[in-house]
Design a protein around this ligand. Structure first.
Ligand code: DGJ
Length: 731
């Protein structure tokens, strides 16, 4: 009897477990170290049930509950973490999606339809389809989990089949939720020559918004990335941290909201400011990609996750080499002619770099570009300045045996230009108000397909005439001012968004036609630095500020999200109180270039610079393609140190800086990271001025990797503005 009862009970339990597993739809987005889990709730809506360290036991998934974090008192237990929360629902906090339907109804409820998985390079792409049951609105949530890099890329697609358009007032890329004791935001504010400044603050109840409304030079005042330290401010080498970035070259917004029960929601997306977007039936609105990693060992590991991911899967030519160069902007500004440039090309060769890059000031005839007041838009060589045109410059570069690259700013126009005279209707400008100029220029309306053709033509014309032009520096110096598009007519709400989509249309065409031409993304310094643009650009210009002290901080900030390969840095004459060596050593931590007249240099300095270029090229596998370890933060005191190690752990380099040490302050040894503990390494100071002997105490000695990681090296000293570069060579 007992046995029969037990059997009946077992069957009952099994049947109910089966029923539960049939009913419960759990979707897992997994990398090697992280799980993001969703579950369809009893109401058929989709909820995030987990985001964190990988769960090792499959049976634990059923213990996650769609409303487990709703509130400890149970009073709000019908509220879960809706995966893509919508306006008008019972959540009462910031939604991801806000729609006004054609009948004026402002509510949307999304119900689970189905989900699918597909293998893609580096990982798995999961698509989850949702649909409103009262209005035919569809949302597809996309997640690509990059297994080895522990990076997840997510975006949403919104469409509908209502006859009349719907108006979207919010259209975030994604939503993520956390339940931790505290949340600490690191934001990256910026300005011209002051990029990527890191500031930390605790997030308490309510909303913190980081956004930009600049339109084109969009990331001038803040960059599209952030870090959230979970349970304490983000640290370099320990602790859990979310690192997220939005691939969008226009207005973006990050909303961080701590709700009534202490949960944090993170909502990244396009800034809907002045952008109520009308969506026609069957058009698909694809949001920008939000890319994030969760590191359980601090930002250092998180950055390496992002660096590897970017080089392998996102950055243009991420696995290919880069060109070192000599630029002329800081040296000549607008004041050059053909002879001057031909000389500079010879200097580039003499220095040992691969390319000469001609900057602003080569174009315009009716309104020659003598300064920044005229000429933008007229992309024809100034004949009396450069009578042989670009072909003569390409020839001169060939003769000097260097490649030739050229600066453009094709999305812009000076009112003093033939383009403006011919096509005032191509310009973003208020018809009935006073015009506000930023750097004496205006922004072309990239939402207009004719303007897109013109901008594509700038690159296309140069390359058709000069197939040997090897590189472009694409600048963008103005935010959108006087927002009004003659092309958009009564759809002005589309402009900020369609302008950026127009830029991408052009960049796609360029990449398709000229896949092998590298380009630098520049925006009056580093005001464009996002992973959508970097699908088309091989690198970005971090800042016009090339004072090496400031650059240590700026590069430290950008390196949180970008590999050194994507970051261009030039040696210039900013801050002549620092030595050429110091300036060169700082620039050598990124993609190295020079923007300085060689006649400014002494014979020793020139010899030093030539040697530094050769050293950089030898160390490229570590600096460009290896692992970066930020060891000593300039934010923490008077020194800084960064190590690069190639993937085989046989070649590395340590850059160490004394910025402003105090009198007899305590100097700590720098412990290296990532080495092979058993391997022996020679440590040798390089980038020394000719004739200078190394004062590095361990110079020329051999140590095990274990020793270098546990005991470290004495690379710091007491003098101000001193740099040391130590090569690490496996024996
Ligand atoms: C701004 C850029 O950041 C500089 O490097 C230079 O190209 C100037 N524009 C040219 O106008």
């Amino acid at each position: 009897m007992k046995n029969i009862l037990a059997a009946v009970l077992t069957i009952a339990v099994t049947v109910s477990a089966m029923a539960e597993s049939v009913e419960r739809k759990i979707i897992r987005i997994a990398t090697d170290n992280t799980d993001l889990v969703f579950e369809v709730g009893p109401n058929k809506r989709l909820y995030q049930t987990y985001l964190g360290k990988k769960l090792n036991n499959p049976e634990d998934f059923k213990n996650l509950s769609w409303n487990q974090y709703a509130g400890s008192d149970g009073s709000v237990s019908t509220r879960g973490w809706e995966a893509y929360s919508t306006s008008g629902n019972e959540d009462f906090f910031e939604p991801a999606l806000g729609i006004t339907h054609s009948d004026g109804n402002m509510t949307t409820y999304l119900y689970y339809v189905d989900s699918s998985e597909e293998n893609v390079p580096g990982g798995t792409h999961t698509r989850i389809r949702l649909r409103d049951d009262k209005y035919p609105v569809n949302v597809t949530l996309n997640y690509v989990a990059y297994t080895k890099e522990n990076v997840i890329k997510t975006w949403s697609e919104i469409s509908h089949q209502v006859k009349k358009p719907i108006t979207m007032s919010q259209y975030a890329s994604a939503m993520l939720y956390f339940n931790e004791p505290s949340y600490w935001l690191t934001e990256f504010s910026s300005d011209w020559a002051k990029e990527a400044q890191m500031n930390v603050q605790e997030l308490k109840f309510g909303k913190k918004v980081i956004d930009t409304k600049l339109g084109s030079r969009a990331a001038m005042l803040t960059h599209p990335f952030f870090e959230i330290g979970l349970n304490g401010p983000a640290k370099e080498h320990s602790g859990e941290v979310l690192m997220g970035t939005l691939g969008w070259t226009g207005n973006f917004r990050f909303t961080f909201e701590v709700d009534n029960v202490g949960n944090l929601r993170v909502i990244p997306g396009i800034n809907p400011y002045a952008s109520n977007y009308e969506l026609k039936a069957n058009d698909v609105f694809t949001t920008p990609e939000f890319i994030f990693t969760l590191s359980y060992d601090g930002t250092n590991q998180g950055s390496r996750n992002l660096h590897d991911w970017a080089r392998r899967y996102q950055l243009k030519d991420g696995m290919k080499g880069r060109l070192t160069l000599l630029n002329n902007w800081e040296n000549t500004a607008f004041d050059f002619d053909q002879e001057v440039l031909a000389e500079l090309m010879k200097e580039a060769k003499h220095l040992g770099v691969d390319m000469f890059l001609l900057d602003d000031g080569w174009f315009g005839n009716k309104y020659p570009r003598k300064d920044d007041h005229a000429g933008l838009g007229d992309w024809e060589v100034t004949h009396d300045k450069l009578p042989g045109g670009i072909p003569a410059l390409v020839d001169a570069a060939k003769e000097a045996d260097v490649k030739f690259g050229i600066w453009i700013e094709p999305e812009m126009v000076n009112p003093k230009s033939e383009l403006y005279e011919k096509h005032p209707e191509w310009v973003i400008e208020q018809p009935n108000r006073d015009t506000y100029y930023y750097r004496n220029q205006l922004v072309l309306d990239m939402s207009n397909p004719k303007v897109q053709d013109h901008v594509f033509g700038v690159v296309d014309d140069i390359l058709k005439e000069n197939p040997d032009v090897a590189y472009f520096k694409w600048d963008c110096n103005s935010p959108i001012t006087n927002i009004y598009s003659p092309y958009a007519k009564d759809k002005q709400g589309q402009l900020y968004v369609d302008h950026v989509k127009g830029i991408y249309n052009v960049l796609k065409r360029i990449k398709e036609k000229y896949p092998d031409v590298p380009m630098m993304l520049c925006s009056g310094g580093g005001a464009r630095c996002d992973y959508e643009a970097l699908k088309y650009f091989t690198e970005f210009w971090c800042s016009d500020n090339t004072d090496p002290i400031e650059r240590i901080f700026i590069q430290w900030g950008f390196s949180q999200f970008f590999p050194a390969k994507a970051m261009a840095a030039h040696v210039t004459s900013w801050n002549k109180n620092t030595t050429l060596k110091f300036r060169t050593d700082v620039a050598a931590m990124c993609k190295l270039g020079f923007d300085i007249g060689l006649q400014e240099l002494s014979a020793e300095e020139l010899e030093f610079a030539q040697q530094a270029v050769a050293n950089w090229k030898r160390l490229e596998p570590a600096i460009m393609d290896g692992d970066q370890y930020r060891l000593v933060s300039p934010y923490d005191g008077n020194h800084a140190a960064v190590e690069y190690l190639d993937k085989s752990k046989t070649m590395g380099v340590l850059f160490a800086y004394d910025i402003a040490p105090r009198f007899r302050e305590k100097l700590s040894r720098v412990k290296l990271q990532g080495l092979d503990g058993k391997q022996k390494y020679l440590v040798k100071e390089i980038n020394l001025m000719p004739g200078d002997a190394s004062t590095f105490p361990q110079n020329g000695k051999v140590f095990t990797g274990d020793y270098l990681m546990k005991v470290g090296l004495d690379v710091f000293g007491y003098e101000h503005n001193v740099s040391r570069v130590i090569e690490i060579i496996a024996q």
